[in-house]
Design a protein around this ligand. Structure first.
Ligand code: GDP
Length: 302
């Protein structure tokens, strides 16, 4: 918990402290206050729609509970943010089953933190006694392959790879064959994040999907979208674009430690209806956490 709280320091300073300044003791609750609050939320990257909705709910709570002092709204805000973060469906966590073959297809734009997240995730799953295999499906950049190899070595898992420029489908095919024939039970696949070229990306991911369905029809497949929290509202538009290309089943929000824009997680949760499953709070191998809504809200407002 303390590590999470520490990781969220910048967001706490940039978001919660601003909110707290608006909601000071002895300030009366009036229209000006609600407007100020809405503006603060928007500035904190919560997103326009979500900010408006949040403030609307707070107006309602003020009436229901007959609140008089602005400082009482801080607790209400925390509750409502936790409520949005929890969402409609129960958080299922990452879908990885020991008795099955599991595939985690990792998508996201370059620089979002895909490779790092794969390394951290492989490390964690290995610690949990899974047998992990990586596939260097981003064959577009030599650096991406090298970087994944370094992580593989560091974590002690094999990386199925080919040369730069080779067909990513072939790498995924080889990786599927390996997973099927060995005792390994988790295959994590890196992919190229060329959102600039949507047709190519779509084609590539469609092909990968077909190979997975054909080679590992019984496998659990999780499509994890990696988003960089420091990009704020851009993360939301990226998620919308990726959702048009592939059936995203979960989000990993990275670099929450390096940004005051952590409020974006509230907008992501509210506007996308895709569960946030993991969060990155640092560059280290252990800096990947399961996302737990209530704990997150507690840490944010602690
Ligand atoms: P990729 O292009 O999507 O594979 O992105 P990388 O995994 O190479 O990550 C890009 C940069 O972001 C690297 O310098 C990582 O160390 C850094 N990074 C990734 N995740 C986190 C995180 O949770 N926190 C911080 N501070 N940096 C991160």
């Amino acid at each position: 918990f303390n590590k999470l709280k520490e990781g969220l320091t910048k967001t706490r300073q940039g978001f919660v402290e601003k909110v707290s300044t608006v909601l000071t003791f002895n300030k009366t609750i009036d229209e000006d206050l609600f407007e100020e609050l809405e503006e603060t939320l928007i500035q904190a990257d919560v997103g326009v729609n979500t900010s408006m909705k949040l403030v609307e709910t707070m107006r309602r709570r003020v009436k229901e509970r007959k609140l008089k002092d602005a400082s009482q709204l801080r607790e209400v805000m925390k509750e409502e943010i936790a409520h949005i973060l929890v969402g409609d469906n129960d958080e299922l966590g990452l879908n990885v089953d020991k008795d099955k073959k599991n595939v985690i297809l990792v998508v996201g734009v370059n620089g979002a933190g895909k490779t790092t997240t794969i390394g951290k995730l492989a490390h964690r799953l290995k610690k949990e006694n899974h047998r992990v295999l990586l596939a260097a499906g981003d064959t577009f950049r030599a650096a991406a392959i090298d970087q994944l190899l370094i992580w593989g070595q560091r974590v002690g898992v094999e990386v199925i790879h080919n040369q730069e420029g080779s067909d990513p489908g072939a790498v995924v095919f080889d990786a599927c064959k390996s997973l099927a024939s060995r005792r390994d039970n988790v295959l994590i696949i890196d992919t190229a994040g060329r959102l600039q070229n949507k047709t190519n990306l779509m084609e590539e991911l469609r092909k990968v999907g077909k190979i997975l369905a054909r080679e590992l029809p019984e496998a659990n497949v999780e499509v994890l979208l990696v988003l960089d929290a420091t990009t704020g509202q851009n993360a939301i538009s990226q998620a919308q674009l990726f959702s048009e290309v592939v059936n995203v089943t979960g989000i990993c929000l990275t670099k929450l430690d390096g940004t005051a824009k952590g409020g974006v997680i509230v907008g992501i949760r509210d506007e996308l209806k895709i569960p946030v499953k993991l969060i990155g709070i640092g560059e280290g191998i252990d800096d990947l956490k399961d996302f737990q809504a209530e704990e997150f809200a507690e840490a944010l407002f602690a």
